[in-house]
Each structure stands twice: as structure tokens, then as C-alpha cells.
Write a new protein. Sequence first.
Length: 104
Amino acid sequence: MTAVGLPTEARLHGKLTMTLRRGQIFRHELPGAGGWGAALERDLAAVAKDLRDGLVTIEGAARDYGVVARGDPPEIDAAATETLRARLSSTRGRLPDVAWEAPA
């Protein structure tokens, strides 16, 4: 274990068994998920829900998903979204094909 912050803080190995005692703090950090599929193909209803739920900002929706939204609550502008997605898709690389099934 290597100290990383406070004198009582330690970096742990990826796999372990340990007992925590009352008053001890355990912080577990994981990398973010990579998502599923091309961001520019994300369903507009799903992006709208993420906007309403505060999971993505209007700016983030435009940058990451190519979705144009305005207002409070945010409403998606389908025509502007189609134009933005076309522009962004010309500058982004194509995702590699993925085989989700094991070869026979």
C-alpha cells in the first residue's frame, strides 16, 4: 500500500478482502463508462430524458450527441439536430464494427 493523500490514506490493490471499522472511510473510484454505440445515433427521446433529469447539459447534448435543445424544460429541435449531426458526423471517425457474439 502506498500513501496517496492524508497520512491515513492508502492506495489498495485491485482485488482484495478487507474489514472496515466504524468511522473508517472507503472511497472507490472507477473510470467512466464508454457508452454503447455511436453518440450521434443516440435516441432523441433518451437525450431528452437525460436533459430533463439533469444528466447532461444543453451544451453537452450538442457537443456529445449532436442534439440541439432549447428552453426550460429543454425541448429538442429535430431539424437543427439533423443539421448538427450531419456536420459532426463528417468530422468524427467511424466506430469500428463490433461482433457481440462469440465466433462459432
